[in-house]
Ligand binder design. Sequence first.
Ligand code: AMP
Ligand code: TRP
Length: 328
Amino acid sequence: MKTVLSGIQPSGKLTLGNYIGAMKNFVKLQNDYACNFMVVDLHAITVAQDPKALREQSEAVAALFIAAGIDPGKANVYMQSHVPPHAELGWILTTLTSMGELERMTQFKDKAAGKESVGAGLFVYPSLMAADILVYNADLVPVGEDQKQHLELARDLASRFNHRFGEYFTSPDPYIPEVGARIMSLDDASKKMSKSNPNPGSYIALLDTPDEIRKKISRATTDSGKEVRYDPAEKPEISNLMSIYSECSGKSLAEIQNEYEGQMYGGFKKDLAEVAVSVLEPLQKRYYEIRESGQLYDILAKGADRAMETASRTLNDVKERMGFLLPR
Ligand code: AMP
Ligand code: TRP
């Protein structure tokens, strides 16, 4: 069976963009692949986190994985920091990464822009992400569009290692959805929907109440004109809302366009809100059940144990190939 790995940072509320761009595909892949889905706490601390908030968000993201439909009997769900080989292989791969490669990372440039002081962890984070993937020799990595460049580094590091130390790592392929790989802000379709946006009206959080969801969608920016037509260049705002509609309902963009032909934005937005609520309401119900059930820590422990088996084996193989003295 081929292997899948992905991770989400516990660095704030998860949004509908995280769900559509990543989690929904996690659920889809779990039946056909050996899956590992992590809460990447070691990544989250590359920007300052309040300890109490980090703990809460870590539990929340783990519970959201399950609530979104990941079955911990099929896929490993765990905390990145519970599997120490991530950090150790991360360091090893950092030594194989050049400054130039990291300097070219657009996410680093965005996150560092305008800051007086930037942590070195933020700079080397793509090497840690490569370790996350390569430590399981993952074949496929489901992510949103914004992670494509980081994944290319993982592929480069795999082939660099193989070239220097002998064929070992699998080159991981990205798994990026065609629609929904980049859900945009509700207030500005030129920016990605993001949990770090200071305007909460710009995103739908997975735990927003149905009324908040309705309100946010009714206030979402629309383009001039009035047809509901998919045209990202001319009508970026409506096209984004149509992508959300499509991903939440399973209808194609063409079907949606036909359905709303000759209608105004208002009716479309009302229906979109109900479609989004129909996905998020049951997810939220499961979320609160899991948090109250007290099962979460058990699920995380089992996931980490299973992940550890593969990860420690890889780390050992890597060290051996690189010439580390292994303990006897
Ligand atoms: P992050 O919240 O940065 O940890 O992202 C977790 C996953 O969600 C990654 O695979 C991202 O690519 C994906 N993601 C985040 N925001 C969006 C968005 N607005 N549209 C689509 N995918 C997203
Ligand atoms: N860097 C990813 C993000 O910010 C999260 C992540 C960390 C990840 N390690 C990963 C995603 C490994 C896929 C595979 O969204």
